[in-house]
Design a binder for this molecule. Structure first.
Ligand code: HEC
Length: 396
């Protein structure tokens, strides 16, 4: 298909994905906050465990929550599930349009592992599917009865998968896959556990049976996993813009820090909404700051000291960039599949290279994110030369 049309498909899918993703996270945060603000009040109907007063958009709302269910099922029950399903569907389509369609550029990095696009796509599909089944089996095993132990095992499993991804795919491909795996687990939790269990409970209530409490408990457990994974998954999804995250030699450790950071932020926020005293929950703030500090220090760009003393001629830099960047980063890219310079970044003259100096530094010198997909075999020495020249420009 024409590269221009693929670009449009990419734009439309991304647009839709962000919109439905906001819808999903918005409703899930809204319901957590709603649950936290429920209060017992006088005059509540039988079976109602609490109600909340809300104000929004010029009106007042009073929402009641039933401990199990109302005596009669309302005919117009509103379900919240399409936000999750559509987020997955648009996200998967986007993965296909970007990382499968152009696997050679985005998904495969011969410096990590050389393989054909078909193998890479196969590995991607198998690992995402297998990831869900392993996670699901862990939750259903005896381990599932011990929530803290289970959470620790799920965390270890995700890190193991990240480690695996970083040994199969390009840096950005690996991080998009950990995001995709977590996202798949979250949506599958909704599709295969939370909603079906909820439906069984509703059916039992309508038929006058007492629902199995295990159904609700399993749903709640999965919901809790989802809430802890929400914040990290968003960072994984936008990580491809930040090679300091995915190009680190121990990127799996960076991913682990991201998950811990997101989970701590989430825990503190929820406990705070529930009015837990700061004296009890406050420790999470310095703990999160500590984790963040480790990540910041760990990912600090390493400027090779050898670069400081090197003198590199302008012509040499033009030659390096022409060899390794210009096939894509030109007014008219010569590489098939690129309709225009990616991100509008053209690197055809010294002035243009200077304009994008810090981005070039972080993409091609302090990390090896560019050339994309190890498209050309850019040598470390060439990266040092490019870096030395960029440093000299800064000093001018
Ligand atoms: C095979 C094509 C290709 C080659 C070769 C290539 N790039 Fe890129 N570059 C891309 C694409 C595609 C993007 C946009 C990535 C995205 O959408 O996140 C990009 C993005 C960038 C960005 C912006 C990153 C951001 O997210 O803001 C910089 C800077 C960059 N490239 C520099 C370089 C340099 C320097 C070279 C040569 C050493 C190079 N690229 C070689 C395809 C290429």
């Amino acid at each position: 298909m024409d590269a221009h049309l693929v670009e449009w498909l990419n734009i439309l899918l991304r647009w839709a994905h962000v919109i439905v993703g906001i819808g999903w996270i918005g409703t899930s945060f809204y319901f957590v906050a709603l649950d936290m603000s429920l209060r017992k009040r006088e005059g509540l109907a039988p079976g109602v465990m609490g109600s909340a007063w809300l104000v929004h958009g010029g009106g007042f709302y009073s929402v009641e929550k039933y401990a199990s269910a109302p005596a009669n099922m309302p005919p117009d029950l509103q379900w919240y599930k399409w936000e999750a399903y559509l987020t997955f569907l648009t996200g998967f389509a986007l993965l296909a349009v970007m990382y499968y369609w152009n696997a050679q550029a985005y998904l495969i990095d011969p410096r990590v592992l050389a393989m054909t696009p078909a193998t890479a796509i196969g590995l991607s599909l198998v690992s995402l599917t297998l990831g869900w089944f392993v996670y699901d089996a862990m939750c259903k095993s005896p381990l599932g009865k011990q929530p803290v132990l289970l959470a620790a095992m799920v965390f270890a499993f995700l890190i193991l998968m990240t480690w695996g991804f970083t040994h199969i795919f390009s840096g950005r491909g690996a991080f998009i896959h950990i995001g995709m795996l977590v996202g798949t687990i979250m949506v599958a939790n909704v599709r295969f556990i939370i909603i079906p269990n909820q439906k069984k409970i509703v059916a039992d209530l309508i038929a006058g049976r007492t629902p199995d409490p295990a159904l609700g408990a399993a749903g709640k457990n999965r919901s809790m996993h989802n809430t802890f994974l929400t914040l990290p998954v968003i960072l994984f999804m936008i990580s491809n813009h930040y090679p300091i995250l995915h190009s680190h030699p121990h990127a799996w450790l960076v991913a682990a820090l991201v998950i811990v950071l997101g989970a701590l932020a989430r825990w503190f926020w929820v406990r705070h909404e529930a009015h837990d005293p700061i004296s009890r929950i406050g420790w999470a703030v310095p703990a999160a700051a500590g984790v963040l500090a480790v990540a910041v220090v760990m990912t600090a760009p390493r400027i090779d000291p050898a670069m400081a003393g090197m003198r590199v001629a302008d012509a040499r830099v033009l030659e390096i960039v022409k060899t390794h960047c210009a096939a894509c980063h030109a007014a008219q890219p010569t590489l098939e599949g690129f309709a225009e310079a990616p991100k509008g970044i053209k690197l055809e003259t010294l002035d243009l290279i200077r304009t994008h100096s810090s981005a070039v530094m972080s993409q091609a010198v302090t990390s090896q994110a560019m050339p994309l997909g190890g498209f050309t075999d850019m040598k470390d020495e060439e990266r040092r030369e490019l870096g030395a020249w960029l440093l000299a420009q800064r000093a001018r």
